[in-house]
Every structure is written in structure tokens, then in C-alpha cells.
Design a protein around this ligand. Structure first.
Ligand SMILES: Cc1cc2nc3c(=O)[nH]c(=O)nc-3n(C[C@H](O)[C@H](O)[C@H](O)COP(=O)(O)OP(=O)(O)OC[C@H]3O[C@@H](n4cnc5c(N)ncnc54)[C@H](O)[C@@H]3O)c2cc1C
Length: 415
């Protein structure tokens, strides 16, 4: 029975990194993905890989901004009217997670997953011939008003307390670093020593190829049901028949909670939809990941063009995309990078798997021997994926991870 491959449900960047770390430990691995690997939320993100990321989405006083964000058609948050009631319980939990006394523990738990991100991606890419997919860079937070670039603000103090290398620069220095940015931006706070993916989709595809080359199986199937076997292990029902496994890792992104529902878990995993716009012939180029702080979106030059990504839309798993959310990036990005050519562009929507406290579920699921959670990475799944993979590989192979898993427990949401 122990010869059965460890079965990972979901071939996004999280499932792929779990597979790689398990294979490195000598485990047999089967990755079950209903589409091409790495093409869900992991395909279209902003490519930011920051070892320093520790700021949760819910922060003290955030509720004051929400009405303004919702009323502004170009604002960073949108809720479809029909979804308002459904979103309310999650929104209340989200606001509670932003209480001042909860932030330090959440920030520590985010930092622990993000800190080794760049090193682990380098490790996974080494020898693949695609090492250049990762580019060292700064994370430039650009401000219109110089006074707003204040390291005394709560979020910057939080980052500083977590060892983040920071520097404030004025408008002239900003244009030296990023000549194509508009002079309307008078200052920036720079996070140093991080990296960006030049194509998150291709990164997933390259690492999926590595899974295959290390002997892992990638099975194209949609898992419909997970059920415990008599005598131990799991039976997965899929559109390609039954799959048996002693150990199963659920890494199905925003769809993970649906798989666990029949086992009695009701998890507040919100499908938080995000959009991007790729400008394929941008005529300008950026050296770093740029966050436009007032509009809350990220811009980065990638292999396929210049990509603007962000927004949080609450509409459920099934609603069709509203590409007006991506069209907004045309005007917003032009204000940031005035020389941008917006004529040839491509829009995209992807679904972040978001818990109210910005932390994923990670670890063996209580009362379900051999079933492991690796989902809910919200806005940080690209950067958290490699460390998630390491932790899952340790747990599945019976080693003790070098990390306190309590903050990521499924049980934090009750049952
Ligand atoms: C606009 C935007 C910008 C972002 N920017 C960043 C960023 O800069 N940095 C960062 O770190 N993160 C960023 N993120 C977040 C990041 O993209 C996600 O957290 C991450 O991709 C989640 O990875 P995942 O593998 O859990 O999910 P996904 O990539 O969604 O993968 C889940 C996979 O599971 C498969 N699946 C689901 N159910 C089943 C089933 N029943 N059977 C078989 N297969 C199944 C799906 O087909 C999918 O391929 C961003 C997200 C968005 C939307």
C-alpha cells in the first residue's frame, strides 16, 4: 500500500512545488490537475517574489477605506450586488483578523513562509536552462505625494520589524531607478533584495516539466470526491476513474474547500478574483516590480509585455469574468507610465484562494490521517509556494518541519 504515489490534487504553483519537494525526498508522486499545470491563479499573477512579505490584507482601520473603494468604479475592491449577502460572513471575519492584537502573529507566520522564497525558486530552477525566469529586483512602492512615503506608518514599521531592507527615495532618485515612471510620482519606498518572475505561467510550466523529469506523474483529471478508505488511505473519484492513495495533498487553490466539505469541513475560503492586463507592445520597460500605492496595483515588465495586475472582486467561483476590472488598468497604468502604448493588450482573470487572516491552511488535517492541506495562499501564493512544498514534503515523509504549524491549522476555523 505504501508503494502508492503521494497524490496531490491541483497542479497550480503550490501543487507543483509540493511535488518537487516530495520527489527530492525520494517519494513517488502523482499530481492530478484538470487543466495544464500552472495555468490557474498561478498563471496571471504580478510575479512578485518577496522574502519580506509580512503585511496581511486586513489591517487596523481598513474598514474606513472600504466604502470609498467600493463606490469608486476604478477602486481596488468590487462586490457584485447579488453576491453581497454571501460575502458578508467572510468580510466580517476579514475585519476581525485586522485587529491590532492579531497582526504580529499573522505577520510572523507570513514571513516564515515567504523568507526562503527566492532561494528555493533558484534551487528549483538550477540546471533547468530557465534560471533567467527569476530576476533580482526591488519592490518600488510609488507615491504621488512625497509626505505619504513615511516609514513611520504602521505597515512600514511592521516590515522594518521583520528585517526588511528599506529605503526612501525622492522623485529624482525614483526616475533614476525607473526612468519611465511619471514625474507625478514624487517619492517611493523601496524594498530591496527580492525577485520577480518574468512569466509566472512559464515558471509553472518549466517546474511541471521538472516534476516529470524527476519521475513524477502528471495526470489530467478532475477530482470530484475524496473519501477515506476502510483500513486507511484515500479513494479519489475523478472523471477519469478512481485513484487510490495512502497520502493525499489538497492543493486545489480556490476549489480546495469544496473537496473538503463532504468530510464535514466548512472553511471560509473566499474565491477572491483578480485581473491583469498585459500590454504586448508597451514601448516602455520597467526594471522592478512597481506598486502604485494609491491605486493598489502592481506593474512589472515580463516576457510577454508589461503586466498590470491586482484588484479584488467578490462574485463567487462561477460568475463570468467582468473584464471592465482589467480595462481599468489601461488608464491607471498610463498615469503611472505615460509613455505606455495601450493599443495591443490582453486581459485575464484568476481566482485567489483567500482566507480572512491572509494565511493558508497547511498541515495534516485533524481527524483525517494521510490528508494534508496546502491551500489558501491568497495574495502570496507564488512566493509562499516553495516553502509550502518543503513543509508538505517533511510532513508526508514523517520529518518534522522547521516551522511552527499552529497558525496555519485548518482547526483555527472550528468545524
Ligand atoms: C491578479 C493577481 C495577482 C497576484 N500577484 C501575486 C504576486 O505578485 N505574488 C504572489 O506571491 N502571489 C500573487 N498572487 C496570488 C497567487 O497567484 C496565488 O496565491 C497562487 O497562484 C495560488 O496558487 P495555487 O496553486 O494554490 O492555486 P491555482 O494556481 O489556482 O491552482 C489550483 C489548481 O487546482 C486545479 N484544480 C482545482 N480543483 C481541482 C480538482 N477538483 N481536480 C483537479 N484539479 C483541480 C485548478 O485547475 C488549478 O490549476 C496574485 C493573484 C492574482 C489573481
Amino acid at each position: 500500500m505504501n508503494d502508492e504515489p503521494v497524490t496531490i490534487v491541483g497542479g497550480g504553483i503550490v501543487g507543483i512545488c509540493c511535488a518537487l519537494s516530495l520527489l527530492e525526498k525520494g517519494a513517488a508522486v502523482r499530481l492530478v490537475e484538470r487543466d495544464e499545470p500552472g495555468q490557474g491563479a498561478s498563471f496571471g499573477n504580478a510575479g512578485v517574489i518577496s522574502p519580506w512579505s509580512c503585511v496581511p490584507n486586513s489591517l487596523p482601520g481598513i474598514w474606513r477605506n472600504i466604502p470609498r473603494w467600493l463606490l469608486d468604479p476604478e477602486g481596488p475592491v468590487a462586490i457584485r450586488p447579488r453576491y453581497l449577502l454571501r460575502a458578508t460572513p467572510w468580510a466580517l471575519k476579514f475585519l476581525r483578523a485586522g485587529r491590532r492584537n492579531r497582526i504580529p502573529a499573522i505577520a510572523d507566520a507570513m514571513a516564515a513562509l515567504n523568507r526562503p522564497s527566492v532561494d528555493l525558486y533558484r534551487h528549483h530552477l538550477a540546471g533547468s536552462g530557465h534560471e533567467g525566469l527569476l530576476r533580482e529586483c526591488y519592490y518600488v512602492h510609488a507615491y504621488r505625494e512625497a509626505a505619504a512615503a513615511d516609514l513611520g506608518d504602521f505597515v512600514w514599521r511592521l516590515r522594518r520589524d521583520h528585517g526588511t531592507p528599506l529605503e526612501v527615495v525622492d522623485g529624482d532618485q525614483l526616475r533614476e531607478i525607473e526612468p519611465d515612471l511619471s514625474p507625478e510620482f514624487q517619492a517611493a519606498i523601496i524594498i530591496k533584495d527580492q525577485a520577480r518572475a518574468l512569466s509566472p505561467g512559464r515558471l509553472g510550466a518549466v517546474l511541471a516539466d521538472k516534476v516529470r523529469s524527476l519521475g513524477g506523474e502528471i495526470l489530467r483529471a478532475s477530482v470530484e470526491r475524496l473519501a477515506p478508505r476502510e483500513g486507511g488511505g484515500w479513494r479519489l473519484t475523478s472523471d477519469h476513474g478512481e485513484i487510490e492513495a495512502q497520502q493525499v495533498v489538497v492543493a486545489a487553490g480556490a476549489w480546495s474547500a469544496l473537496l473538503l466539505e463532504p468530510l464535514g469541513f466548512s472553511l471560509p475560503l473566499e474565491p477572491e478574483r483578480g485581473y491583469h492586463m498585459v500590454f504586448r507592445d508597451p514601448g516602455v520597460s520597467l526594471n522592478h516590480s512597481i506598486m502604485a500605492v494609491d491605486a493598489m496595483f502592481v506593474v512589472s515588465s515580463m516576457e510577454m509585455g508589461l503586466r498590470s495586475a491586482g484588484t479584488a472582486e467578490f462574485a463567487g467561483l462561477e460568475a463570468p469574468p467582468d473584464y471592465r476590472r482589467a480595462q481599468i488598468f489601461k488608464r491607471l497604468t498610463k498615469r503611472l507610465v505615460p509613455g505606455l502604448n495601450t493599443n495591443d493588450c490582453e486581459e485575464w482573470m484568476g481566482i485567489r484562494p483567500s482566507f480572512p487572516d491572509s494565511l493558508p491552511c497547511l498541515g495534516e488535517i485533524p481527524g483525517q490521517p494521510g490528508l494534508f492541506a496546502a491551500f489558501g495562499h491568497a495574495h502570496c501564493g507564488l512566493m509562499m509556494a516553495p516553502m509550502t512544498g518543503r513543509v508538505v514534503a517533511d510532513l508526508v515523509t514523517g520529518a518534522t518541519p522547521n516551522l511552527d504549524l499552529a497558525p496555519y491549522g485548518v482547526e483555527r476555523f472550528g468545524r
